[in-house]
Write a protein of this length. Structure first.
Ligand SMILES: Nc1nc2c(c(=O)[nH]1)N[C@H]1C(S)=C(S)[C@@H](COP(=O)(O)OP(=O)(O)OC[C@H]3O[C@@H](n4cnc5c(=O)[nH]c(N)nc54)[C@H](O)[C@@H]3O)O[C@H]1N2
Ligand SMILES: Nc1nc2c(c(=O)[nH]1)N[C@H]1C(S)=C(S)[C@@H](COP(=O)(O)OP(=O)(O)OC[C@H]3O[C@@H](n4cnc5c(=O)[nH]c(N)nc54)[C@H](O)[C@@H]3O)O[C@H]1N2
Ligand SMILES: [Mo]
Length: 596
């Protein structure tokens, strides 16, 4: 019997049990501290059905793996070379390719397609982004699920929230929203206002936790003044709520142990840092951080407290808006940027201008299609690795269970190219694996991150726990001023375009980003007047794409959903970087329906 761990980019990082003889039959490791005893359909089914890259290619011709590695080494001799890494596998060994780029003096990326702006907002208030241990969720009386579709994207949290009072804040009537005691179906991108107006009402109604604020030496007056900068009536109208609903939320939370589970949905915007900072400020006002059964959980910093042997300095460019054409050679590892980065037409155009694009991945996808050199990777059942999680502190080894028929690991790839280019070989693979594990605490059969705290921030904020929490004290927003408050554009004869809708692109259940099942639908409220099966073209200032209509009462009338696994979703998303945190801003855009 072998224990291993799922490598997919998902907070759960499930423990898996199998044997060499019975693989690919796999079951959940029921003893895993955060397991709910089952594995998702991605692992049980889709992962094994997805067509793999089975043979290396150079300029469209099938070649041996050795020849493709040689061609890669040659291409990396050029002056300007870039490593662009996606999050297809969450093992720490993915980053070993950094050591190659350090030697060859290449460029790597900074920032993220995922959670950077929210993370920046947390750091502004708390100093560091600590993970909230799921045990604290279990001890809560009230759970606020805010911009997080946990039934789909973190299903292992479901047992922890069972039987609790549930508030959901989401523009969509998600499965979890339907089960909630209160669902606030807000206007997209209005979360900053929700948090700030709730803070104001909390202080007005004497709900602030005075003992807590005193214990942490926090003065609420300046923050209270900040919350009063926003006029109540227009803000409530903008959110799409009223005094009654806000009052009910405070009534449910007040005096109760409460956790806030915050998802990516609140921060796919240029001002995402303000949102997380405002939510933290609300939680602090109510005394819901640094206490048993309380806390604000976002995607936590899984590497906090670790020394990372793969961290390198050197030149870096933005990951979300990379100018690929500035490089002769681009190595794409574990990602599908043609589909997953914003503004797909720009990405394709840029990649076409670069001389050699190398795709080092598992599956055929939009990026492999336009690459010059294709290197098949090993999947996480075929190599050794270590898995961290952004939602709990368990650090889990990933084991070789199956010999790969065609792929190469990131360790082997790096080692081989280093030597071909005349550099020293890497240390033994085990050295790097031990480097991570030796920093952990061993708890029974499992390992735990050095950053673990039973009740995060109980001793204080900042890295050394001697800082105070900083309340949010500024807010500016050009997007709202220029776009949101203008009336929906009327039909213009010239462009044949009517109305603008928020574009929401949440994660899909049968896909992990662009891996596995892909989609071709746009989901609309029936009142928009389209029929199921109609073909519509959606467009924005960045581009356009056609989809098949599906109507759903779960929608707001001012929003359209195109799931993030949908072919073409990023043809109209903006290639801009968030104000803080170097993050993509997929939802900082409005789309229109184009009539042909
Ligand atoms: N099955 C599956 N699981 C996954 C993934 C996957 O692709 N498939 N991807 C993984 C990855 S990479 C990540 S980062 C996580 C992300 O997982 P989540 O944090 O759950 O992120 P999303 O699914 O993008 O969006 C979550 C919710 O935000 C809502 N939302 C959209 N805009 C707004 C807004 O302005 N305000 C509020 N309050 N809510 C809004 C959406 O309606 C949606 O219900 O999931 C991981 N897990
Ligand atoms: N419109 C819109 N776009 C989004 C989002 C959104 O919410 N809306 N979400 C964004 C988010 S949160 C994220 S995290 C990104 C994800 O975007 P990417 O990081 O590009 O992830 P994927 O598209 O899933 O591509 C992963 C690829 O990694 C490869 N792979 C898997 N395992 C391995 C391995 O072990 N080794 C190697 N070498 N390759 C491997 C597979 O071939 C797979 O195709 O997408 C972002 N894109
Ligand atoms: Mo992500």
């Amino acid at each position: 019997m072998i224990k291993t761990t799922c490598g997919l980019d998902c907070p759960d990082a499930c423990g898996i049990i199998t044997t060499i003889e019975t693989f690919p039959q796999i079951t959940a490791d029921k003893k895993h501290p955060t397991s709910n005893g089952a594995l998702c359909s991605l692992l049980n089914k889709h992962l094994f059905e997805e067509p793999r890259v089975t043979i290396a290619r150079v300029e469209g011709k099938e070649v041996s793996l050795e020849s493709a590695i040689e061609a890669t080494a040659q291409a990396l001799k050029s002056d300007k070379k870039l490593l662009w890494r996606g999050s297809g596998n969450f093992g720490v060994m993915q980053e070993i390719t950094n050591l190659l780029f350090k030697e060859i003096d290449g460029t790597t990326t900074k920032g993220t397609l995922c959670d950077g702006s929210g993370d920046a907002g947390i750091v502004e208030g708390r100093g560091v982004n600590r993970i909230l241990p799921p045990e604290q969720i279990a001890k809560a009386e009230v759970v606020v699920v805010w911009g997080k579709n946990i039934t789909v994207t973190a299903s292992h949290l479901m047992p922890y929230i069972k039987g609790k009072k549930l508030i959901v804040i989401d523009p969509l009537k998600t499965a979890i929203a339907k089960k909630a005691d209160l669902h606030l179906q807000i206007t997209p991108r209005s979360d900053f206002y929700v948090a700030t107006i709730l803070s104001r009402f909390a202080i007005m109604g004497d709900h602030e936790d005075k003992d807590f604020l005193e214990e942490f030496d926090l003065d609420i007056e300046e923050f209270y003044d900040f919350t009063k900068e926003f006029r109540i009536r227009p803000v409530l109208d903008h959110i799409g709520t009223d005094l009654n609903e806000m009052g009910k939320i405070l009534e449910i939370i007040s005096g109760k142990k409460t956790v806030f589970l915050i998802g990516n949905g609140v921060q796919k915007y240029s001002n995402g840092h303000h949102v997380l900072h405002a939510i933290d400020s609300l939680a602090i006002t109510l005394g819901k951080i640094a206490k048993e059964g309380c806390g604000v959980a976002f995607l936590g910093n899984s590497k906090l407290g670790f020394e990372n042997p793969f961290e390198i300095k050197g030149k870096k460019v933005q990951k979300a808006t990379t100018n690929f054409s500035a490089f002769d050679t681009v190595l794409i590892q574990g990602g599908n940027p043609v589909a997953s980065m914003p503004n797909s037409s720009r990405v394709i155009e840029e990649l076409k201008k670069s001389k050699t694009v190398i795709y080092f991945g598992l599956y055929e996808n939009e990026t492999s299609k336009i690459s010059d050199i294709i290197i098949p990777a090993k999947n996480f059942f075929e190599k050794e690795d270590i898995r961290l999680s952004y939602a709990h502190h368990i650090v889990s080894p990933m084991r070789t269970i199956n010999e790969s028929k065609y792929g190469i690991s990131e360790y082997e790839f790096t080692n081989s190219i280093l030597q071909q280019l005349g550099f020293d070989a890497l240390k033994e693979e085990q050295y790097y694996l031990d480097f991570w594990l030796n920093q952990c605490e061993k708890i029974g059969d499992y390992y735990r991150s050095p950053a673990y705290q039973e009740i995060p921030y109980a001793e204080g904020f900042g890295e050394d726990e001697d800082d105070k929490f900083e309340f949010i004290d500024e807010y500016g927003d050009d997007f709202i001023k220029t776009k949101q408050f203008t009336r929906a554009r009327k039909k213009s004869k010239k462009e044949h375009i009517i109305s603008e809708y928020w574009l929401l692109s949440p994660k899909a259940s049968k896909a992990l980003n662009t891996q596995f099942k892909r989609d071709n639908q746009a989901i609309l409220h029936p009142n928009l007047g389209f029929k199921d099966g109609d073909s519509i073209t959606l467009c924005s200032a960045y581009g356009e794409y056609s989809f098949i209509v599906k109507n759903s009462e779960e929608m707001r009338e001012d929003a359209i959903v195109v799931y993030s696994n949908t072919l073409g979703v990023n043809f109209f998303t903006p290639d801009i970087i968030s104000e803080e945190g170097d993050s993509a801003c997929y939802q900082e855009v409005k789309v229109s329906v184009k009539y042909l």
